[in-house]
Structure formats: structure tokens, C-alpha cells
Design a protein around this ligand. Structure first.
Ligand code: TXA
Ligand code: MG
Length: 311
């Protein structure tokens, strides 16, 4: 059920999380399906509701940087990144410090833990109300397009949830950037809401792109088919076919335009919403997407649509 994200409803949602329930809530990236990081039974519910085939590790959402101290192994570089980019769409993979066995499922048995502080007042209030880190994958069925509105969550997960907190559309519109900062060399595991270039500039060092090689840290978000719409999807399309619903970028004739002015931030915010609309329309039986520049946030867009088009 969808509830307005009022003060009372956020408090109620916090109580539900303490009681071992799952609650969907807005973040600046996408809507998340949350549970207490310390409640394996509740986390198992997340996997069941999402229909996730295996236990992937989940991102812990926290509301204060200080919380990191007992949770994960940090250093000056990590704290500098956190102070600069949190709250915001940046997730760290760190060595796990908190040895409480209740956390094992959140980490899927790995000795690393992923953490971020979302830049959304409702998410932050909810974490504080729950009094625990909230683990949250995107609030949609596994392998479908991520939700950027409460209605997307309702359409995907339906009545399996006691509460969906509604605070309108997500501002960023793609998931967080994930970097592994647990070793000297930093790896990008998932392109997302903060551009690689922005991180490198701040750090003044090279961030390597992990290719999902089994010898490197890997993220199940690297699965080749992910974020998939139900219609066959082609990317880098300049001349769409008559049966293709065309999602454009920049000034052009198309069914929907990610950004007429060619603004990558606007395009990122529109991406999932427009993919949902393309999937809901019934006039065309396929989807085509225009070329998107592969720099800055364009990298996150290209990553998602490449997976959406994978056969
Ligand atoms: O923007 C986001 O990050 C959203 C919102 C809700 O915060 N969350 C999200 O979660 O996208 P999810 O579960 O859909 O994606 C998290 C990714 C998964 O691919 C997971 O495998 C990877 O992060 N991951 C989490 N912990 C990890 C770890 N310890 N080691 C490697 N990969 C990890
Ligand atoms: Mg997801």
C-alpha cells in the first residue's frame, strides 16, 4: 500500500522495520526495499519478495558518517570521500568490522560490507526512526527496471509490502556509484549517480573499472542481463524501425526524449521512468534508444541500457 511520507508514517515505517518487516522508501537514486541490517529473517523476506535467485550482498544505508567507525574498516581516504560525497549516490565496499553474526546475511557471507548515506530526507528520517542501518536493494522484482516512483514499486511488488512511503519521483534516477575502497587500488564496480571523473578528480588518483573478472571484486549488479524491459531493446539507434518505440536524446524526432537539450543529468533522472513508459505502451512491440555520450553520468546510462538490451 502506498502512504504519503508524512512524519507519522515515517515513524510507523521505522517501527515496522524494528519489528522485522520490509518497507519501501524513496532515496535520491531509486526506491529501496528496506529491512534491518541485523534481521536475517527480514532480509530473507526481501529476497523472496524480489524473487532474487541468490543471496547477493545488500547495501547498508546509514544516517551519520560516525556510524561507520564500528561498522567497517575505514581510513582517511574513505572518510574524506564520505565527508565530500555523503549524503549522496556513492556506495563504498569496505572490510567488515562489525562481527555480529546477525549481519552475515546482509553481507552474503563476505568479509566486506557495502555502505552509503542516501541524500533524501525521508530515507534519513526513516533510518533514524528505525535506529539501525537499513539494507535496501531497489524495490522491484529481480531483473526488471528499477523504480523511481512509488507507483513503480506498487506495480512491481504489489501487495507483498505493508508500506510504500511515497515522496514523489527520485531526483537522480539511477542507482548509486559503487566503489571498492577496501584496498589501495580503488575499483569502480557500478557506474551510477556520481561520475567516475568526479571521483578521480577529487581523489587525484586513477579508479580502475572492474570488469567482473572472478579474480577482481565483483558486484552481482554486473550481470549481463539486468534492468530489463519486457520488450526487445536496441541501443545506439539512429534510425528506429517502424515497430520500435524510440527513446531519444538531444534534438530529434522520437516518442520520448531523455533530454532535448542533451543534458546528461536530466537524461539520468528520466531514464527508468521513460523505460517504464515504453514498457507500458502497447502501440509498438520493441524499444530503441538513441546513442548517449559515454562520459560522466552517460556511463551509468549506457551501463543500464546495455544490460537492458542484452539477449
Ligand atoms: O542507489 C542504490 O544503490 C540503491 C538504493 C536503494 O540505495 N540500491 C541498490 O541496491 O541499487 P542493489 O541491491 O540493487 O544493488 C547493490 C549492488 C548489488 O549488485 C550487490 O551485489 C553489490 O551492490 N554489493 C553489495 N554489497 C557488496 C559487497 N560486499 N561486495 C560486492 N558487491 C556488493
Ligand atoms: Mg537493483
Amino acid at each position: 500500500m502506498i502512504f504519503k511520507a508524512s512524519k507519522e508514517n515515517i515513524l510507523k515505517a521505522g517501527e515496522l522495520i524494528q519489528a522485522g518487516e520490509t518497507v519501501a522508501f524513496p532515496t535520491e537514486t531509486v526506491y529501496g526495499l528496506g529491512a534491518s541490517a541485523y534481521n536475517p529473517t527480514a532480509i530473507a523476506k526481501i529476497y523472496a519478495i524480489k524473487n532474487r535467485p541468490t543471496f547477493n550482498p545488500l547495501i547498508s544505508h546509514i544516517a551519520e558518517v560516525d556510524f561507520l567507525r564500528d561498522y567497517a574498516v575505514t581510513d582517511e581516504r574513505v572518510l574524506a570521500l564520505a565527508n565530500k560525497f555523503w549524503p549522496g549516490p556513492l556506495t563504498f565496499i569496505l572490510k567488515r568490522k562489525d562481527k555480529n553474526p546477525a549481519l552475515d546475511l546482509a553481507c552474503a557471507g563476505l568479509n566486506k560490507i557495502s555502505v552509503r548515506m542516501p541524500n533524501h530526507p525521508v530515507a534519513l528520517d526513516l533510518i533514524r526512526a528505525a535506529g539501525v542501518p537499513i539494507v535496501a536493494p531497489s524495490a522491484n522484482k529481480s531483473q526488471t527496471i528499477s523504480p523511481t516512483t512509488a507507483r513503480h514499486v506498487q506495480n512491481s511488488l504489489g501487495d507483498a509490502l505493508p508500506m510504500i512511503l511515497d515522496a514523489g519521483a527520485c531526483q537522480v534516477g539511477v542507482e548509486s556509484t559503487i566503489i571498492d575502497v577496501s584496498e589501495k587500488q580503488i575499483y569502480l564496480l557500478r557506474a551510477g549517480g556520481i561520475a567516475l571523473e568526479t571521483l578521480e578528480e577529487f581523489l587525484n588518483e586513477k579508479v580502475l573499472i572492474s570488469d567482473g573478472n572472478p579474480n577482481k571484486p565483483s558486484s552481482p549488479g554486473q550481470m549481463l542481463r539486468h534492468y530489463a524491459p519486457k520488450y526487445e531493446t536496441r541501443i545506439n539507434v539512429v534510425d528506429p524501425l517502424p515497430d520500435e518505440f524510440y527513446i531519444g536524446f538531444g534534438k530529434m524526432a522520437c516518442d520520448l526524449n531523455l533530454s532535448v537539450s542533451g543534458d546528461l543529468q536530466e537524461a539520468t533522472a528520466n531514464l527508468f521512468q521513460m523505460m517504464h513508459l515504453a514498457e507500458e505502451q502497447t502501440k509498438k512491440s520493441k524499444i530503441a534508444i538513441a546513442p548517449i555520450p559515454n562520459t560522466g553520468l552517460g556511463r551509468a546510462i549506457n551501463d543500464r541500457i546495455k544490460r537492458a538490451s542484452y539477449k
